[in-house]
Structures are given as C-alpha cells and as structure tokens.
Ligand binder design. Sequence first.
Ligand SMILES: Nc1ncnc2c1ncn2[C@@H]1O[C@H](COP(=O)(O)OP(=O)(O)OP(=O)(O)O)[C@@H](O)[C@H]1O
Length: 278
Amino acid sequence: MNKPPPQPPPDPAEPTGPGGVPADSADSAIHARGLTVVRGTRRVLDALSFDVAPGTVTGLLGPSGSGKSTLIRAIVGTQAKVTGTLDVLGRPAGSAGLRSRVGYVTQAPSVYGDLSARQNLDYYAAVLGIPRSRRAAAVTQALTDVDLTSHADDLAGNLSGGQASRVSLAVALLGAPELLVLDEPTVGLDPVLRRDLWDLFHRLAAHGTTLLISSHVMDEADRCAHLLLVRDGTLLAADTPQALREQTGSDTVEDAFLALVDSARAAEGPTPSPPAPH
Ligand SMILES: Nc1ncnc2c1ncn2[C@@H]1O[C@H](COP(=O)(O)OP(=O)(O)OP(=O)(O)O)[C@@H](O)[C@H]1O
C-alpha cells in the first residue's frame, strides 16, 4: 500500500487552525494576515497573522509596550498606518457598517463625570438609537450585568476607577455588539469583581458574542478559550492555554510565554556583544 505523502510543516503566515480556530476569513470574527502598523518611525506591529473564532473569549496577552492597544485600535478602526489584511466580522476593519456591531472599551473610562451612571447609560442608549420604550429596561440590564445597580444614581465623577470602568463596559453592552473588544478591563478590580466580570464575559460568549480581551496579567490567561501572545510587536503564539502549556512543557501560561520568548530569542541568534572599551 502506498504511504500518504508527508505533509509540509504549517506556514506560520497561514494559520491552519490550532485550537479549533478557523483559518478561513469567512468563518472568523477577526482575520489578520501580515498585519503591520508603523507609529512614528517604528514598526510596532510586525506582520501578524491570526484568526479569532466567533463566540469565543480570546485573551490578548503581552508585556507593557508589546503592542496590545495598537492591535486593538487597528481592529476597531481607529489606528493609522495599518497595512496587510484585517477583516472584522467579514468586512475590512474600520468599515462604517461595523460601528454598531463592534463594542470597544478603552483603558480610560469614557463617561461624563457630571451625570450619574444611569444618566450616562440613558444618554448613550439614545445615541445608539435604542427606542425610548426599551431604553430604561436596556439600561437596567446593563447596570445589572456589570454589578452597578447599587451605584446607579451616583455621579460618575464620584465613582472609583473600577466602578467608572464598569460604566464604560455597560455602555458597550447596551448596543449588544457582536464583537466586544476590551482593553485591560480588569485592571484595578478586586478578585471578586474580576471573577464576576470573567463570568459575565463567558455568559456573553455563550450567547454568541465574540470577546477579545487584553491583559498584561498572565494569570488571567486560563480564563480564556484561546490566546494571542504578543511581544515586541510580534505574535509569539496563537493557541489554547492548554496547548501552549503542553507545547512548551510548562505548568503555567506565564512559563509557556517565557519559554516561547527564549526560543524566539534563540532563533534570532546571539545578541551582539557591546563594543570593547578602548
Ligand atoms: N506615536 C508613537 N510613535 C512611536 N512609537 C509609539 C507611538 N505610540 C506608541 N508607540 C510604541 O508602540 C509600542 C506599542 O504600544 P501599545 O500602547 O500598543 O502597547 P501595549 O502593549 O498596549 O502597552 P500597555 O500594556 O502598557 O498599554 C510601544 O513600544 C510604544 O512605545
């Protein structure tokens, strides 16, 4: 009997779907190929290729300055000098038709300090075009989702940083976006609130929402179904937490990340030694 021909190794620029992630643009909530961003004279994202499957919670993890916020801005269409392919919900990132389908929560809460949490939500619900008859119910539901009902009538300017961030998250939930992109949503929150928010993220995903959540805290990695690990503007890996641990023989995703950094460095070759003193 003839043996099947050996399969070529996968091309890292053409992900074939590790961890069940589709490689076809039409099946992906986010589809990136050769995604590059230049800021100033620096290439801060360098030829990233990955897919994010619909209805999943994907963690975007990497150290401070690795390019997470730049990637998020490219996905939501607010980043200049983006080249390569970047499709979001089947359309080029930044397309006008995506505005109501993509929710974005920035690191800095964007709320009006002189309005209460409820008034902020009521205002944004009107901007989003939610009919007046459904507005109060939508606002109450969003406040419940982020566990802010007891502070609903406090001025946003008097809320703590974590509470104000949750008002921003509630604003994003109001429009029931298909893709929700969150930049470090759990920074500064206590462990109970962090757990409750992750439970909310998983409930949203179970109802079909795709979530991309950035964090520089590696211990949040195991809460994600899939991970994108970035370092210095490059994609170190895109896989499930379990696959990353197994692949590197590590007990934690943090150790897996460090092992991947070491092997990337080894592949780059020896670091040039500093010039000898005269
Ligand atoms: N205008 C600019 N010109 C040149 N480089 C820039 C500019 N703005 C940001 N950068 C660089 O781009 C890189 C990526 O920044 P980015 O904010 O995306 O990182 P990050 O991973 O989100 O960091 P953090 O977790 O600290 O928010 C950083 O090294 C930063 O110094």
